[in-house]
Write a protein that binds this ligand. Structure first.
Ligand code: NA7
Length: 548
């Protein structure tokens, strides 16, 4: 157990970490290794982060199992054996429990404890942290591992409180099995969660009505059980895999093709797309080097998927409603198992709520501007308040009592330095914060890079008797500008998505992700560390040092 001290009912620590998902678990392990007293505070009853909460039928990761894990420990990699190409939620949760057990992490995690405020006390150079159960903690470092998509978005539909049926959000699914047998079920939302759960619910429900606002491009995952030799081979190639995914663009050992989609003949291009489609997974988007940058190139792959939808869905009117027109991949690319096929079932219907919006949740179901639908259960697959939502859920205040929410103008003016820290909030680090590459790839790889960088930084500060580290305002403005400049060269900013806050009514729009790739971003962070934390102000108790 971490050696904590208590003074006047205040727990004193070196570091407080928020969240016991991939980020918090590894952060705790790393800080323990180098001797910082650390406690993780977690609102859930156990480890897992989003994988603790996302228990909906069909919940599965879109990254391949053998890459969707930690690579900091070869022993861990060898001891765990994934069973299928894309891991389901129960298996990922078992993995994270295995990690917690192996490294005895639970003894330094306080479960069922939500941090509701963290305020920097400048005179003491400490973060004063309050929890929902009235604990007060004083820590030198405040580290958030809250994930980028963990605060559920339940749209403010009129009348939900009057609804007599059951309702669920995919991101807060009950632990016990929800029984849809013989029931009329409505699913609102066709993002990743909707696309994964719709085929599963359709198998059980008497009737399923899908309420779709924006149609999705989705590619078959082609999930299958792993052969023993595939996993064995991965274990034997651990170092190679680790090296490749850490230096790759998206945390997977796949790099975008070398050609532009427009350099190939239509026949060659079609063959390439067909091959990628057959392989399943992320290959399609990686077929060429400009599918996310060039409108014309993107149209070739978008059209390819549109044709697949029309071939799969038998009813041409339903196929038309399911066919998207925006740029494939600019909204989060999705993998599925039998999503479009599900619309051929007799017990499934599709309602276009862009054309006829939901007006009200009534006592008996959902009423759109066109029609009323009686439902025994409603599933909100309506996503998350992404990127900033979970940070804003805590009242985080830096120097002079300025809140993070105010500094970032409620999300409309986010500035960070490297997505790890923000000026005015000394000794605070964000794991996969806004303006880091975070969600644009295989997230555990991004998590490990941030955790290792932060732990190294803290060791450096301790070794050099440095008391505070704080991002310089001008450097974070330059970083934000750099992020936006890169993003503006892509199609991400030309489509409405949760990446830019457009999924939530009244949320400020802004694309807050570094699109330059995991590997290049790692090099930038390493260079900053090598230059003794260039872009940060470092202060010992007696003197202040500045590099920029
Ligand atoms: P997403 O991808 O944000 O999807 C949410 C879905 O809910 C999407 O289809 C939304 O339509 C729809 N939505 C949201 N609000 C409404 C309202 N008010 N009315 C109708 N439909 C609505 O969340 P997921 O949980 O599926 O996936 C999140 C991420 O988790 C995913 O990208 C992976 O990274 C893992 P919209 O498209 O905004 O028009």
């Amino acid at each position: 157990m971490t050696s904590t001290t208590r003074k006047n009912d205040v727990t004193e620590l070196d570091a407080v970490v928020v969240g016991a998902g991939f980020s918090g678990l590894y952060m705790l392990h790393q800080l323990r290794q180098v001797g910082f007293s650390t406690i993780v505070y977690e609102a859930a009853a156990d480890v897992g982060g989003v994988w603790y909460w996302n228990r909906y039928p069909g919940a599965r990761c879109d990254s391949e199992s053998i890459y969707y894990n930690y690579t900091f420990s070869e022993d861990l990699y060898n001891e765990w054996t994934w069973t299928s190409r894309f891991p389901g939620q129960p298996e990922i949760l078992r993995y994270l429990n295995f990690v917690a057990d192996k490294f005895e992490l639970r003894k330094d995690i306080e479960f069922r404890t939500r941090i509701h405020s963290a305020q920097y006390d400048e005179a003491a150079n400490k973060w004063i942290i309050h929890t929902n159960d009235n604990q007060v903690i004083s820590a030198k470092y405040f580290i958030t591992g809250v994930g980028c998509i963990s605060t559920a978005n339940i749209p403010n539909f009129k009348g939900l409180e009057n609804y007599d049926g059951e309702w669920y959000h995919t991101g807060h699914w009950p632990h016990e099995k929800v029984n849809f047998h013989g029931k009329r079920v409505g699913v609102i939302g066709t993002g990743s969660s909707g696309v994964q759960t719709i085929p599963e619910i359709a198998k059980e429900a008497a009737h399923l009505t899908v309420f779709q606002r924006t149609p999705q491009y989705s590619v078959p995952a082609k999930n299958h059980p792993y052969k023993a030799e595939t996993v064995q081979q991965a274990k034997e190639n651990f170092h190679e895999i680790k090296r490749k995914i850490r230096s790759s663009m998206g945390g997977l050992p796949i790099q975008p093709g070398e050609l532009s989609a427009l350099e190939d003949t239509p026949e060659a291009r079609h063959k390439k797309y067909e091959d990628a489609w057959e392989k399943g997974g992320a290959y399609l988007l990686f077929s060429y080097n400009d599918l996310l940058a060039d409108e014309e190139a993107n149209e070739t792959v978008s059209q390819f998927i549109r044709e697949k939808i029309q071939e799969t869905v038998k009813d041409s009117e339903i196929a038309r409603k399911l066919t998207p027109s925006y740029y494939y991949g600019a909204k989060r690319a999705i993998l599925d198992t039998d999503y479009f096929e599900t619309y051929n079932r007799k017990n499934v219907s599709l309602v276009d709520v862009k054309q006829a919006p939901i007006e009200e949740i009534t006592k008996t179901g959902i009423r759109t501007t066109n029609e009323a639908y009686d439902l025994d259960a409603i599933v909100f697959a309506t996503g998350y308040d992404g990127m900033t939502g979970s940070l804003f859920n805590m009242d985080i205040r830096g120097k002079d009592g300025i809140s993070l929410k105010d500094k970032w103008e409620n999300g409309s003016d986010v500035h960070t330095y490297l997505g790890i820290s923000t000026a005015g909030f000394p000794n605070m680090f964000m794991i996969t914060g806004p303006e880091s590459p975070s969600v644009l790839g295989n997230v555990p790889v991004a998590v490990e890079q941030h955790v290792e960088w932060i732990a190294d930084c803290m060791e450096y500060l301790r070794k050099h008797d440095i008391e505070t580290i704080e991002a310089n305002s001008e450097d974070e403005i330059a970083w934000s500008k750099h992020c936006r400049k890169l993003a503006d060269k892509t199609l991400y900013t030309k489509v409405e998505s949760w990446y830019n806050g457009a999924n939530i009514a009244d949320k400020a729009r802004g694309f807050q992700i570094y699109v330059g790739g995991y590997g290049p971003y790692r090099d930038i962070c390493d260079e900053v560390a090598k230059k003794e934390y260039a872009g940060f102000s470092l202060a010992s108790s007696s003197k202040s040092l500045e590099w920029s």
